[in-house]
Design a protein around this ligand. Structure first.
Ligand SMILES: [Zn+2]
Length: 284
């Protein structure tokens, strides 16, 4: 994917504010105190110092590694590109696009939807209209799910989360919440609603890719394939196989690898937001 450096989106760097940094400082001090006690009692402090808890005091905001800095800059650029593209699509349909906030964090932070943890992966919180993304996710995507992580696969993940923001602006999120709150539907039914919601976010990611490329020619050979690879890697069947060893379709909440690939591609091939009625397609 080609970089367009003329603009960067607003990404909040919230590393070190979740309490993890404080804990590390405490650990460092504890180690020093133990070392002092052992020293006075005549033991060998180096035995304790090297046996754990020796991460040492950490500053609240460490410097990002080269890779992390690139991910952050890239996320910022993609955020700007989603603002431009969705701004245009909304305008063409007589609506106004209010961009979400994007927060990058490390380990843990507070969100409008409760505590955000790195293990949860990136997510969108409708309550505060914010995308939360932990710095380590893309490494995780590669190591745990076997996706080939490229710049464009990062763009796909961002575009999917922004797709949930679009659903909130269009009132889809609220309708799904009403269905859930009504209590009239079984867990299996609500799982199917959840799959339709996720596949629509994939569809919107495809629409975004197409319309952004039409305008700025950002795509390079292999980009769409890497987005598909990321979409397939985070399919429920792939995640279930890797985590529990078998596939249980009733437990799907995001859709299979094939569904995620197909809806992303439908968005990309049509570039038309009206073609993304995953609810009718799945719930008939
Ligand atoms: Zn999602």
């Amino acid at each position: 994917m080609k970089w367009t450096n003329d603009r960067s989106g607003n990404v909040e760097d919230r590393r070190g504010s979740g309490g993890g940094g404080g804990l590390m400082v405490g650990g460092g001090l504890g180690t020093l105190i133990i070392a002092a006690i052992v020293f006075f009692l005549g033991g060998d402090p180096s035995a304790i110092l090297s046996s754990g808890g020796n991460a040492g005091p950490q500053t609240e905001q460490r410097d990002l590694t080269k890779d992390e800095l690139q991910v952050k800059e890239f996320v910022s650029m993609v955020t700007a590109e989603t603002e431009k593209t969705w701004g245009k699509i909304f305008q063409e349909n007589g609506m106004q696009y209010d961009p979400p906030k994007v927060v990058m964090f490390e380990s843990v932070t507070q969100s409008g939807c409760g505590t955000a943890q790195a293990a949860m992966g990136p997510f969108y919180c409708p309550a505060d209209q914010t995308v939360y993304m932990d710095m380590s996710f893309f490494q995780e995507l590669q190591q745990r799910f076997g996706a080939k992580v490229t710049e464009f696969s990062i763009a796909y993940v961002m575009a999917h989360e922004i797709g949930h923001h679009v659903q909130t602006l269009l009132g889809t999120t609220q309708k799904v919440d009403q269905l859930r709150a009504s209590g009239r539907y079984s867990e299996a039914d609500m799982n199917r609603v959840s799959v339709a919601t996720e596949l629509q976010a994939d569809f919107y990611a495809g629409v975004w890719a197409k319309q952004t490329d039409n305008r700025e020619h950002i795509l390079e050979p292999g980009d769409i394939e890497s987005a598909i690879s990321a979409a397939e890697a985070v399919g429920d069947d792939n995640i279930q196989k890797r985590s529990q060893g078998y596939v249980n379709q009733e437990g799907f909440t995001h859709g299979s690898s094939a569904q995620r690939r197909d809806w992303f591609m439908k968005g990309y091939n049509t570039g038309d937001i009206r073609q993304g009625d995953t609810f009718n397609a799945l719930l008939k």
